[in-house]
Design a protein around this ligand. Structure first.
Ligand code: SAM
Length: 233
């Protein structure tokens, strides 16, 4: 099946047979709305089998595949794209027509080693830390987008309700200095800019010279970056 999808143009050693994986899914009583995880995806047979079963019985099973090698896009995901859209030369009628369905292809960003980050030994890039904080604070994933500092006050993201600010440079001296401090002047600017858009603001930074008691009426929540990152603790 793998051969017919790629018509011999791409090779993968020892792909599993789709019917075999379909049988395993049936045997495991995978229900029509279940999610199947294959964390060693290889040529993507599992996704193919899930889509084939859905096509056969109108099910809505979903799949999550994980592949660490550089063929994750060109073989694993590409096979899934092709079986969804249809493989013109296939002898199998369903495959020729396409199994239908959809999926999102995602890649991981730079790893963040929390212990090294907290010891100040490996400070993450601005965009990596911004993505991490955004996800932790709001559950929002930046996807592949690079989150950049959009102004001097560290605005990096906004949604319908909240503006997110990060005052940060991957530099211990900068973090220990005054440039990243949230003071009253900066807080007033941030408050005015966010209020204009009808939003509140969350500000991540290495320190502040204004109390949360004064920030709250300004619509600002301050979140302290760990002191350990820059050794001020
Ligand atoms: C034996 S193959 C899977 C074959 C697959 N069932 C098929 O039909 O093509 C195992 C795959 O797991 C991948 N792999 C191994 N360790 C991994 C890890 N830690 N994270 C993600 N993928 C991994 C390998 O690169 C390889 O492509």
């Amino acid at each position: 099946m793998m051969k017919s999808v790629f018509d011999g143009e791409r090779r993968f050693d020892f792909p599993k047979a789709v019917v075999l994986v379909e049988d395993v899914l049936r045997f495991a009583n995978v229900g029509p709305n279940d999610i199947v995880l294959d964390s060693f995806a290889g040529s993507g047979t599992t996704a193919h089998a899930v889509l084939a079963l859905n096509k056969e019985d109108g099910g809505n099973r979903k799949f999550i595949l994980v592949e660490c090698e550089d063929y994750a896009d060109t073989i694993t995901a590409e096979r899934v794209r092709r079986v969804i859209g249809g493989v013109p030369g296939s002898k199998n009628a369903a495959l020729r027509e396409g199994l239908g369905g959809s999926f999102a292809y995602c890649t991981l960003g730079e790893p963040m080693e929390i212990e090294e980050m907290l010891s100040g030994d490996a400070l993450p890039s601005y965009s990596a830390l911004a993505a991490y904080l955004l996800h932790t604070a709001s559950g929002v994933s930046a996807g592949g987008a690079e989150l950049e500092r959009r102004n001097d006050d560290g605005l990096f993201y906004g949604d319908g309700a909240t503006d997110y600010y990060l005052l940060y440079e991957p530099n211990v001296e900068w973090l220990c200095g005054n440039e990243g401090i949230l003071n009253e002047e900066r807080a007033r600017r941030i408050s005015a800019a966010s209020r204009e858009k009808g939003r509140r603001a969350i500000v991540f930074g290495p320190g502040k010279y204004i109390g949360q008691r004064d920030l709250t009426p300004m619509g600002i929540t301050f979140c302290q970056l760990p002191y350990e990152m820059h050794g001020s603790g």
